[in-house]
Design a protein around this ligand. Structure first.
Ligand code: SAM
Length: 271
């Protein structure tokens, strides 16, 4: 990214990657998946390690899936996954979402999962996504609604911890509430034909799910680079982070915890 102060918040560590690899097109992008047809050409913009991309690629076979991400390591992982799965219609490349290396009007569908919230200049991004879509093409985006996302436990409150995480996304140039702003963002970009605007929760409640979520938060949120970024932005202190981490450890086996990520999505047709 151009501005060194503005950095992709989630990073590319093992814990966050494990979280991303848990995703699927059915869980995350079902409303687009249902409209994909064999032969379409689709772009997965901000594809990460490709967990969702490969299913999108399968849905458009013998059409083509192009995956793009700003980070080389993610593209290498997505290529490897595609090769192992025998997806010969999936192509991945490093690129910048606000300056796409594709022709005008060249995709039947563009998919952005958890991307718009991390790109600082929303109007530039939206104009670029619109440029590469064919007339009548589909644009789908899904992003977090930060203020409706929570980790609940009767043992400790994690509200301040969540607020700090959201402030970190914003401090890095992102938009922690983008999930509920998407519909307006689409309209502002000239997507007047909105087919759907929806919200949902991704809930972790069984002991196995909670262990997964707790371990993910522990290993990602309290990773040295995340902590350093939060402290450098003046959002918290080492002592406070240590208290939250201890509290989280104490909740590891608590049966009444609930971790719930709130999402907003929007699907539109280019007119
Ligand atoms: C939260 S991950 C989501 C990955 C995948 N779409 C998913 O939902 O599993 C966001 C991805 O967007 C990528 N990204 C962030 N800013 C970008 C930009 N300006 N251009 C392209 N990719 C970007 C990051 O490198 C990261 O892999």
């Amino acid at each position: 990214m151009n501005d060194p102060q503005r950095k992709y918040t989630m990073g590319y560590g093992e814990a966050f990657e494990r979280f991303l690899l848990n995703r699927s097109a059915i869980n995350c992008s079902a409303n687009l998946l249902a409209r994909l047809e064999p032969g379409m050409r689709i772009l997965d913009c901000g594809c990460g390690p490709g967990a969702i991309s490969l299913e999108l690629g399968q849905a458009v076979q013998p059409g083509e899936l192009q995956g793009l991400d700003i980070e080389q390591s993610q593209i290498e992982k997505a290529r490897l996954r595609a090769a192992l799965a025998g997806c010969d219609n999936a192509y991945f490349q490093v690129g910048q979402a606000t300056d796409l290396p594709f022709e005008n009007d060249s995709f039947d569908a563009v998919h952005c999962h958890a991307l718009v919230m991390h790109v600082p200049d929303t109007p530039v991004l939206m104009a670029e996504l619109k440029r590469v879509l064919k007339p009548e093409g589909l644009l789908f985006a899904r992003d977090m609604i930060g203020s409706s996302t929570f980790f609940h436990s009767s043992l400790h409150s994690f509200e301040d911890m969540m607020k700090m995480f959201l402030a970190l996304i914003d401090a890095n140039g992102g938009h922690a509430e983008m999930g509920k702003e998407l519909k307006g963002v689409f309209l502002e970009a000239g997507f007047s034909n909105i087919l759907l605007a929806n919200t949902s929760f991704e809930c972790y409640s069984t002991p196995d799910e909670l262990l997964f979520a707790n371990t993910f938060i522990d290993e990602w949120f309290f990773a040295p680079e995340t902590k350093k970024a939060a402290i450098n932005h003046g959002l918290t202190t080492e002592e406070q982070l240590q208290r939250w981490q201890n509290n989280l450890q104490e909740c590891k086996n608590s049966t009444d915890s609930l971790f719930s990520l709130a999402w907003g999505e929007c699907l539109a047709r280019k007119s």
